[in-house]
Design a protein around this ligand. Structure first.
Ligand code: DAH
Length: 355
């Protein structure tokens, strides 16, 4: 075997058994690098006789080309192998389910969002006000005279007064947002105001903190018919069934006339079914905004009228989704939340269903 054949066999075996690209490159350097074995032999050509050169020149060139080709082929094989290995490691199983997010939407949040969806479809926007209110916004501007017994009925939480200042209160209802809106916007006004409210009261159907949604419409020529239409549409959409209602005369200082709206219901076993039945249940208060309230907010009652309403969100959530005790709503029990909570990825929507 000629020396060239020996070298060729040696490198061919090495190249074929190289297991990775790094090792293959080391072989290339040792054969064809500047100081590689074949390069050195080619460097020796200069010292050879013309006869020797004629034989060795083409033989060494052929060897170099063959080794180069072998290396390139092996390189392809090893690169494909490396890619296959990477792909096998980086696969994603697209058939895995997304799964349910760990947290859930609290039913109060869900119901507030459902209400916002229903009222925004009727052209209402959402307004907000502070939880800590002053006497003017919570009572006086809403036509509660000083010392009037209606103030006592609100079981107000009073804050400690700063020196020289009047005591602030935790708002007892969302109605002060009506006052803030009328004082900061010009009619026409069409808002709902969802939020937290506070009264010193606690039993199966009362908690010291609870939620209300207030509604207010102010425009020219607004009458009781608009009020009834809006609220009748609201309850049927909210309970996702035909709901029979009645309006009963009532008293609130900030509306005249005032009414409470009742819905028909029946008990089926331990559950309450809203819509039809022999019994009536009160679910909200409403009325035409009192001229004194309009005046206190800088609106001329001879030019503008309006209606307002207020309802308890927690109780509506209980009625719609069947929770037996109001206090559980705020006990932060994760088992209760997992059971009664809503998928945060599903948004309330009038076209595809509220819940
Ligand atoms: N603020 C009343 C309450 O907390 C609810 C209410 C009744 C709001 C009638 C209104 C209304 O806007 O017109 O009991």
């Amino acid at each position: 075997m000629s020396q060239i054949d020996i070298i060729k066999t040696h490198y061919t075996t090495q190249i074929e058994s190289a297991q990775d690209l790094k090792h293959l490159d080391e072989i290339r350097v040792s054969a064809l690098g500047k100081k590689g074995e074949i390069s050195k032999m080619m460097g020796g050509l200069g010292k050879m006789s013309i006869e020797e050169k004629k034989v060795m020149g083409p033989a060494l060139n052929g060897l170099k080309n063959e080794i180069n080709a072998l290396i390139e082929r092996r390189k392809d094989v090893l690169e494909n192998k490396a890619l296959d290995a990477a792909l096998a490691k980086e696969t994603m199983d697209m058939s895995l389910p997304v799964g349910r997010a760990a947290g859930t939407l609290h039913p109060v949040q869900q119901v507030m969002e459902e209400m916002a969806v229903i009222f925004s479809d009727m052209g209402f926007s959402v307004a907000e006000g502070p939880d800590i209110e002053d006497d003017f916004h919570n009572f006086t501007a809403l036509n509660f005279p000083k010392g009037h017994p209606a103030r006592d009925m609100h079981d107000t939480f009073f804050m400690t007064a700063l020196e020289g200042e009047e005591k602030k209160v935790l708002r007892t209802h969302t109605s002060p947002v009506q006052v803030r809106t009328m004082m900061s916007q010009k009619p026409p006004i069409r808002i709902i105001a969802p939020g937290r409210t506070y009264r010193c009261d606690s039993d199966q159907t009362h908690t010291p903190m609870f939620h209300q949604v207030e509604g207010l419409v102010i425009d020219k020529d607004i009458h009781m018919g608009h009020l009834k239409g809006v609220l009748m549409d609201f309850v049927s959409t909210f309970f996702e069934t035909d709901v029979d209602v009645q309006f009963r005369p009532h008293h609130f200082p900030f509306t005249e006339p005032s009414a409470e709206m009742d819905v028909r219901y029946e008990r089926v076993g331990s559950a309450i079914k809203i819509g039809q039945g022999e019994k009536w249940m009160e679910i909200l208060g409403c009325g035409m905004v009192h001229p004194n309230v309009l005046r206190a907010c800088g609106i001329d009652p001879d030019a503008y009228q309006g209606f307002a309403f207020g309802m308890g969100v927690d109780r509506l959530a209980m009625l719609k989704y069947g929770m037996p005790d109001l206090r559980d709503m705020f006990s932060a029990d994760t088992r209760w939340l997992a059971h009664y909570g809503f998928d945060p990825l599903l948004q309330a929507n009038l076209a595809t269903g509220l819940s």
